[in-house]
Each structure stands twice: as C-alpha cells, then as structure tokens.
Design a protein around this ligand. Structure first.
Ligand SMILES: *Cc1c(COP(=O)(O)O)cnc(C)c1O
Length: 397
C-alpha cells in the first residue's frame, strides 16, 4: 500500500519538536523530574508565570519533557496549538467539560470508543448537556441532527471495532456552518494516515497510549488544533490536574520517532491480512476500510491518503465458542485490551471493549458475537498469516 511518494511526516516524526538546547549538549530530550522551576529574579519569575516569557513554573501546568512531546504532535497534525493529558480519556473528557456548558447539545455517533460513549450517556447529561448519538452509517441522520442545532460535533473514524468510516470533511463543513466546534478522535488513523484539521475539524484528540507511543508501555493523551480552543482546554486541564507525567512523555516521545515506519508497516500488514481473511473458509465477514467493497472505502481513499490503518476486525463462522477456540492458538498476538502496539493484539469485543453491553446491545451496534478485533503489529506479514491460518484451523474443531 505505501508507495515511496515523498512524505514530510516521516521526517517530522523524527525531528518535529526536537532541537532544544539540553544540559551537557545531550542530543536526547532529558526526563525532567522536577515539580517546580526556580527563579532568583522575581521579575523573570513574574514574566514566566503570566506567559510573557518562555519557561516553566510548576509541573501540573508544564514541563520541558512534556513540552517536546506536545510539539512533535503539533508538527505532525499541522496544528496551531497542542496540549497533553495523563490519558486519552483525560484528553476527551477535559475537552468536552472545558468547551461545553449546561444547555449545550453535542452530536456524535453511537459507536465512539467505550469510555467516550460513557461520557455521552452518563456524565454530560448530569450537567444539563444534551447528547444526540446518531447511527454511524446514516450520514443523512447525522446531518439532520446537526441541522437541529448543536455546540459541538464529535466524530471518530475509523470506528471501534467494526471500522466504519465517516465523511469528516462533509460533516465538519455542515457543523461549522451551524456554528459548532468540530472534534475528531484520530487515534485509529494517526496523523500518518489522516489529518482531520486539514479536513475542516477544529480539534483533534488522541489516545497517545495506542499508535503514537506504539509500545504499550505508557498512557497519555493529546489535543491539537485551533489555538483559542486549545488554550481554553489547557486552562481547565491545569486546574483539573490530568497532567501527563514526564516519564510517560519521554516514552511516548521515543515511540513517536518511529511512528511513520510503524504505521506504514501496519497499514501494509492489515491490508494483506484483511485480503487473506476475506477468502478464508472459516471467516464469515471482514471489516477493513481498505477493502473495495467496504461501504466507506471511497471516503477512506480520499480522507486517509497515508493508508487505511492497522486495525481490522473479522467475524468467524459459528458462535463465540469458535472465537474461544481460535484465540488461544495464536502465538503471535497478545490477547489484550490495547491496540496500536508493535506486537499484534487481538480482542473479542464481547470480552473486551464492549463487555458491559448485552448481546442485544452489541447486535444493535452491529457487533456480532463472533467478532475479533485485530490490531496488526509490525511482524513479518507471512508469519502473521501462517499464525492466523493455524489458529483458524483449530476454530472449527
Ligand atoms: C484507547 C482509546 C481511547 C482512550 O484512551 P486511554 O489512553 O486509554 O484513556 C480513546 N479513543 C480511542 C479511539 C481509543 O482507542
């Protein structure tokens, strides 16, 4: 899939945000563990504190290691401004709580990430914020909800776990005409594959825990986009306290240097695996935006110029028992809740992301009981395919 067309993101992943002058001429960003930053001169202290001069005051607000991580993401998303959080959910909840007020209405889709869906279903309504969750596949329904008036449109594409694709440009244009702020969760796509700000979004959020870090060893979240909006969310976050730890920022920063390399390989692996599974006698259905008969394929082609992503899902013939027999046989996959790591990770939504729903609720979201979510790693693709074939062979017995 990835051709060798020149792509500045490969260079930006390595060099973006770097180049500060560090102690002892270190070429690598140090982990600065200090909670506070001291000033002999009270005038300088005042100037830094009110933002008239660069620098740091207190670790809940800002930190040098965290700042380099933020700047790398800002460059990759081509954003005016950026801020970071302890987790992806902190990024999403801080954004919503900072920008919304009682009486406002959010329009979103039914199959957002589970934690986001919980905010919409349970927490925002407690503060008098209305939420309309539309069918992801019904673009007309989403447009009618937008036309009904809203403060914020919240999108995610491709979605979890069935890889539905939303037309970000079309929906963002309509929502901005209605005066709304447009937020897109770009975790699944990464800035290598999709740049929502270029498609008309005001803000992009990420769970940095997934592809950005890429090694499943640090939690983090980021928000990037219009400076005026990012600053409002930052002003809430520095009081709310969901601050990214410098140690996590370092791990995420180190991981991000290989983001383009990893994601290009994961795009290729996921595409090859989706194509293989589609022909497999034990597989009933494959969800991957790169497949030509995927309902969102044409939109994905346009809005994901870098590739169709490393996430796919597939349905086994039979019931959940087939999944229970197959998954333990995979040698080259963690059976776990995360995704976007260098290792392949598999999870059935029935025990993972959608464990709290009933079978009927999963069915209403179009999630069959025998669905497997597959996050392709960077391994050799033939090894992954052999591993899947061996495990699927066991699924029928
Ligand atoms: C994991 C994930 C989140 C939440 O991120 P955390 O870092 O786990 O808090 C949000 N959105 C998507 C699409 C995710 O996959």
């Amino acid at each position: 899939m990835s051709d060798h067309a020149r792509d500045a993101r490969r260079t930006q992943a390595v060099w973006g945000g770097e180049g500060g002058a560090f102690q002892d001429r270190a070429t690598q960003v140090p982990v600065v563990h200090s909670v506070s930053f001291g000033y002999d001169d009270v005038e300088t202290w005042r100037a830094v504190a009110v933002g008239e001069a660069p620098g740091h005051i207190y670790g809940r607000n800002s930190n040098p290691t965290v700042q380099v991580f933020e700047q790398k993401l800002r460059v990759l998303e081509a954003a005016e401004a950026v801020t970071s959080f302890a987790t992806g959910m902190a990024a999403i909840s801080n954004t919503l709580f900072a920008l919304l007020s009682p009486g406002d209405r959010v329009v979103s889709i039914k199959d957002t990430y589970g934690g986001t869906n919980r905010l919409f279903a349970t927490h925002l309504p407690r503060f008098g914020i209305g939420v309309t969750l539309c069918d992801t596949a019904d673009v007309g329904g989403i447009e009618r909800a937008i036309d009904g008036g809203l403060a914020l449109l919240y999108l995610e594409s491709p979605t979890n776990p069935t890889c539905k694709v939303l037309d970000i440009e079309r929906l963002a244009r309509r929502a901005r005409r209605a005066g709304a702020t447009v937020v897109v969760d770009n975790t699944f796509a990464t800035p290598i594959n999709q740049r929502p700000l270029e498609l008309g979004a005001d803000l992009v959020v990420h769970s940095a825990t997934k592809y950005l870090g890429g090694h499943a060893d640090a939690l983090g979240g980021v928000l990037a986009g219009k400076a005026e909006l990012v600053e409002r969310v930052f002003a809430f976050r520095e009081i709310d306290g969901a601050t990214l730890h410098p140690e996590a920022a370092y791990l995420l920063l180190r991981g991000m240097k290989t983001l383009a390399l990893r994601v290009e390989r994961q795009n290729d692996n996921a595409f090859a695996i989706a194509s293989h599974l589609r022909e497999h006698p034990r597989v009933a259905q494959v969800f991957y935006p790169g497949l030509e008969d995927h309902p969102g394929h044409e939109i994905a082609r346009r809005q994901m110029p870098g590739g169709f992503g490393g996430m796919l899902s597939f349905v086994l013939h039979g019931d959940f028992e087939a999944v229970a027999r197959c998954l333990p046989r995979l040698r080259l996959a963690h059976r776990a809740a995360n995704l976007g790591a260098v290792e392949t990770v598999v999870a059935p939504p029935r025990t993972g992301s959608h464990v709290e729903l009933s079978a009927a609720e999963r069915a209403a979201l179009g999630i069959p009981e025998a669905l497997v979510r597959y996050s392709a790693g960077i391994e050799d693709v033939d090894d992954l395919i052999d591993d899947l074939d061996a495990a699927l062979g066991a699924a029928g017995r």
